[in-house]
Design a protein around this ligand. Structure first.
Ligand code: NAP
Length: 265
């Protein structure tokens, strides 16, 4: 039986995806921090579509929670309680308004929730993913400062994991909530590309995808834009920056050699 795990699958876009998948007789795993809300969604999906729905407690703001959730999930697969893992939908997240705040690990909240939590979760679950499996990231057009969404929310800044994780510390100026969000989505698109490159290099049959990826930089539309906008719109395709973002994120989540799948090195 095909099984797809969705972070934030009990609400919004994630729940819409869960309903669509369940309607195609696909089992789902809802991963999120609100057990009660996940229970309600799970009951609805089971009653409407007759599929198996499992819930997994996961708070992507906490590296400890991510590690516990990944261990619980792997244990459930090994025990045969979950048939397989055919896709991971990295969907949970959002824009976190107000003053800058920090995760239990001391990282800026938006970057921790939208980026580092999912980064670690994917690293830990990749070995459990089936052949032809998929990792799918919910990105956002806001990652592209040339788009109307990007301009309205706040143009994304340099996707430097160390700087973003520590934004606003030691008297430094914090980014606005909008910029924290759009930059986290720029990083999301870059994680998706970087993961896919690593998987291709390793000869893996797994693919990594981000949806709502933004504009295609080589079009006439962008050539007419001011230089800074052209530069930023291309940045999500910058392989050196993406590789650095990846390596820095490994440091920030304290990924051990045992935890890191060989194909992602
Ligand atoms: N709506 C849009 O216009 C839009 C556009 C582009 C991209 N997106 C992206 O789409 C994704 C889903 O958002 P949505 O619009 O469907 O809004 P939503 O209904 O608020 O869904 C966000 C989900 O993320 C979960 N979440 C937040 N923080 C979490 C954490 N620390 N650990 C685990 N789960 C956490 C929420 O769980 P709780 O119920 O526990 O808070 C919720 O299930 C997000 O990544 C968002 O950035 C949305």
């Amino acid at each position: 039986m095909t099984t797809i795990l969705i972070t934030g699958g009990h609400s919004g876009i994630g729940l819409a995806a869960a309903r669509t998948l369940a309607a195609q007789n696909i089992d789902v795993v809802l991963a999120g921090r609100s057990l009660e809300r996940m229970r309600q969604a799970a009951e609805e999906l089971r009653a409407t579509h007759g599929v198996t729905v499992t819930t997994l407690t996961l708070d992507t703001s906490s590296l400890a929670s991510v590690r516990t959730a990944a261990t619980q999930f792997r244990t459930a697969i090994e025990a045969g309680e979950i048939d397989s893992l055919d896709a991971i939908l990295c969907n949970a997240g959002g824009r976190f308004d107000g003053e800058v705040s920090y995760s239990p690990d001391g990282y800026e909240t938006t970057f921790a929730i939208n980026c580092l939590g999912h980064f670690l979760f994917v690293e830990l679950l990749l070995p459990s993913l089936a052949e032809q499996g998929r990792v799918v990231y919910t990105a956002s057009g806001t990652h592209d400062p040339a788009s109307m969404d990007g301009k309205a929310v706040g143009a994304a800044v340099e996707p430097n994991a160390i700087a973003l994780a520590n934004g606003g510390k030691n008297g430094g100026k914090a980014l606005s909530a909008g910029k924290r969000y759009s930059t986290s989505k720029l990083c999301t698109v870059m994680y998706a590309y970087e993961l896919d490159r690593r998987l291709r290099r390793a000869g893996s049959s797994v693919a990594s995808i981000a949806f709502d990826p933004g504009s295609v930089p080589e079009t006439g539309f962008l050539r007419g834009m001011p230089k800074p906008i052209q530069w930023f719109s291309k940045i999500s395709y910058d392989e050196q920056r993406a590789a650095k973002l990846w390596e820095d994120s490994k440091q920030l989540v304290h990924l051990t050699a045992e935890e890191e799948p060989a194909q992602l090195r």
